[in-house]
Design a protein around this ligand. Structure first.
Ligand code: IVH
Length: 706
């Protein structure tokens, strides 16, 4: 194989694995394996920059846009939607179009969520993503190609001839045929596909982003939609790349393919289907993310009742949706019905009721976070927002209160949106009566009374007292969390119980808990106590990077912890490190270095480390995969189902990978073992049907000789 062939192969493999990871959420290789491919690929690109084309996965964070975005004309108008506020409006819409065309009587309907994001238009030429634009006024938008390239769920290349992605688990590495390269960019014929989708930030990603910002003392974002909008308008795509943007697509705006090479060869034509339902599947087969909430119905009434189900269940959607879109499934009929103004007749937006209300701001409470950040929280006159009683809402930070001039006693506008924490939008100034009181941030910590501090360049105020009791709960919560020590079954309720009973005064105390102490707690029986103690004990073997991350040092997240573990190999050396030593590590600036030195210099923290060491929580060596040399599970593929007694979902995956094994999501003939826990799913049945050997957690551990 020539180096160029190898390069092309790597490009295809990497695109495939990125798709498995980001779009399907189901990777089939480990991060380490991926990194290996990526490094090889990057080395080839460094040697041969002339090979780099816009669809290379290395081109996602492209070049900075000079001053403003260029204008682009859309190939067809990007239409809007008329609204229906309830079933009666939807029925009236149906009557109107039925009168225009009696084919409507036999029509089917496809219902999709109406995502509250930003409409974008993506252009693919000969299968390559060449341009992306905002909706603008529907005729002319702005060219935000560089920013859209950073969105990992937007494919940079799609098959031009309708061949499906080979997404099966069984696909052997090295033979990934994502599409037939020979019919691709070499094609002399114009082959243009322009599609439309909605860019957004999922609720969970939004909360995680804000949590990270809050912990670092930085300004948090107000809501997912504005954050997504702001991210798309960045002139530097490197900034956009740091925001967790994603997309769902739903429409073909324009298509042009006079005669594809395949068609000339007598193979089925590559044209989009004329049914909305089939179109969604077609887009999915091309590698685009499409909603999995869409359904097709034979009657409008079924479509309405499906919509109403999601109105009630909208909190279960992973993103903000302001309604459902009911579309005529027959796109030819829909097109023939035409439009009124900018609204096509063939579809209607069935809006959910708004989730903004006004209520009285009774007080401003201050909470103390894990890193000591003080966050103001609104205590509200309880108010119902679509079925949920809201009593508290976030006020972001003290600057926000000042900027919006929010006063205690104000009538405030509050928004509740999905899983996102409710927030105060601002005061209703017109109804003030003069009794409202301006607010001043506290000078001392509300939990321990120590004076608060402010760091240069941050918006937050901190309580820097390590012994502050409010911080302890958050500290322990962080220590046991998934990204840190990952102690399975140790939820916030139990953490609070343990602290309230005085059983845990610092995180090291977790490792000396005894069974009778747990049995004395409310809600603890024999088995629960045993399981918790076993789960805690298991985490003594967690690698060093996790322990470092678990300590909750300001500015040290999972990535930095990994670097520190690799660099120092043990906590003793890390504790000795000077700010200069630390700054010598790539990516460590003076602030982080200072904060690490400061953490290790504190007497309380030194005592904590001694206690952890005495309890046997003292991992050595660099991080993750290299820690364990025993590769007893190499060559074996595992599927896990149900809840295991001590290992969490992530924990068991890591355990298997550390011992050289592979974890996949679905049972097939190639599965070596099914690891079975309590309340298993359908994977259990499938494994039984295929005669796959079954292990419990203990069986897995003995197989790994751990
Ligand atoms: S269809 C002719 N489908 O809602 C097609 N729009 O209020 C018209 N939107 O500007 C759009 N999710 O940005 C459609 N599944 C979906 C959508 C959707 C979100 C947005 C879109 C549009 C706005 C109309």
């Amino acid at each position: 194989m020539t180096t160029f062939d190898r390069y092309t192969q790597l490009k295809q493999e990497l695109s495939f694995h990125l798709y498995r990871y980001h779009v399907l959420d189901d990777p089939i290789i480990s991060d380490a394996e991926y990194d290996k491919l990526w490094n090889e690929f990057k080395a080839l690109e460094a040697e041969h920059p002339e090979w780099i084309s816009p669809d290379s996965p290395s081109q996602r964070a492209g070049t900075v846009v000079s001053e403003k975005f260029e204008k682009v004309r859309h190939p067809r108008p990007i239409l809007s939607l008329a609204n229906a506020f309830g079933a009666e409006d939807a029925r009236a819409w149906y009557e109107r179009i039925r009168k225009l065309d009696d084919r409507v009587e036999r029509a089917k309907f496809t219902v999709e969520p109406k995502i509250d994001g930003l409409s974008v238009v993506l252009h693919y030429r000969d299968g390559v993503f060449v341009q992306g634009a905002t909706r603008g006024d529907g005729e002319i938008g702005e060219d935000i190609t560089a920013n859209l390239r950073t969105v990992r769920t937007i494919p940079l290349r799609i098959p031009v001839d309708g061949e499906k992605w080979k997404a099966e688990n069984e696909q052997p590495a090295g033979q990934l045929s994502l599409f037939d390269a020979s019919t691709n960019s070499q094609s002399p014929l114009p082959n243009t596909l322009v599609i439309r989708g909605e860019i957004f930030i999922a609720n969970r990603d939004f909360d995680a982003l804000n949590q990270k910002l809050a912990d670092a003392g930085e300004k948090t974002y107000l809501n997912p939609r504005n954050t997504a909008a702001g991210s798309l308008r960045q002139l530097d795509p490197a900034i956009t790349a740091t925001r967790p943007l994603t997309i769902l697509v739903y429409q073909v705006v324009y298509f042009e393919n006079p005669l594809s090479p395949r068609e000339r060869a007598g193979v089925r034509d590559f044209s989009p289907p004329t049914s909305q339902w089939e179109l969604l599947n077609w887009l999915k087969d091309l590698g685009f993310p499409v909603t999995d909430v869409a359904r097709r119905f034979d009657t409008l009434e079924e479509a309405i009742s499906y919509t109403e189900t999601w109105d009630k269940g909208r909190d279960n959607l992973p993103y903000e949706a302001d309604g459902m879109v009911i579309k005529l499934d027959d796109l030819t009929l829909a097109a023939e019905l035409g439009f009124v103004g900018k609204d096509p007749r063939g579809a209607i937006a069935f809006k959910f009721p708004a989730r903004e209300v006004t209520t009285q701001l009774l007080n401003i409470d201050v909470e103390v976070g894990r890193t000591g950040v003080l966050t103001p929280r609104a205590a509200l006159e309880p108010v119902e927002i679509n079925g949920v009683i809201v009593k508290n809402a976030t006020l972001h930070n003290f600057d926000y209160i000042a900027e919006k001039d929010i006063r205690i006693g104000d009538r405030v506008l509050v928004k509740r949106a999905g899983e996102v924490i409710p927030y105060v939008i601002g005061p209703v100034v017109d109804v003030r009566n003069g009794a409202e009181q301006s607010y001043l941030p506290p000078q001392t910590c509300p939990a321990c009374g120590q004076p608060v501090e402010h760091f240069e360049g941050e918006v937050a105020w901190y309580c820097v007292n390590a012994a502050c009791p409010a911080q302890l709960v958050r500290n322990v919560e962080h220590f046991v969390s998934k990204g840190a020590m990952d102690i399975n079954g140790l939820g916030i309720k139990i953490v609070e119980q343990l602290i309230a009973e005085g059983l845990v005064r610092d995180v090291a105390d977790l490792y000396t808990l005894e069974k009778p102490q747990l049995l004395a707690l409310e809600g603890f029986a024999d088995k629960k106590a045993d399981n918790l103690l076993a789960a805690i004990a298991t985490t003594k073997a967690q690698p060093l990077n996790r322990l470092i991350a678990a300590l909750g040092i300001h500015g040290v997240g999972e990535v930095a912890a990994g670097d520190l573990a690799k660099h120092f190999g043990n906590l003793d050396s890390l504790a000795q490190a000077s700010a200069t030593d630390l700054q010598a590590i790539e990516g460590f600036g003076p602030n982080t270095a200072e904060s690490i030195v400061d953490w290790f210099s504190r007497e309380a923290n030194r005592r904590l480390l001694e206690k952890l060491k005495a309890a046997g929580v003292w991992p050595q060596g660099s991080n993750q995969l290299s820690v364990i040399s025993n590769q007893a599970l190499a060559g074996l593929t595992f599927v896990v189902t149900g809840t295991l007694p001590t290992l969490s979902r992530e924990g068991v995956k890591e355990f298997i990978e550390q011992h050289g094994g592979k974890v996949t999501d679905s049972v097939s003939k190639k599965t070596s073992y099914l690891v079975l826990g309590e309340n298993p799913g359908s994977k259990h049945d499938k494994a039984l049907a295929l005669g796959i050997p079954i292990l419990d957690e203990a069986g897995l551990k003995s197989l790994a000789k751990a």
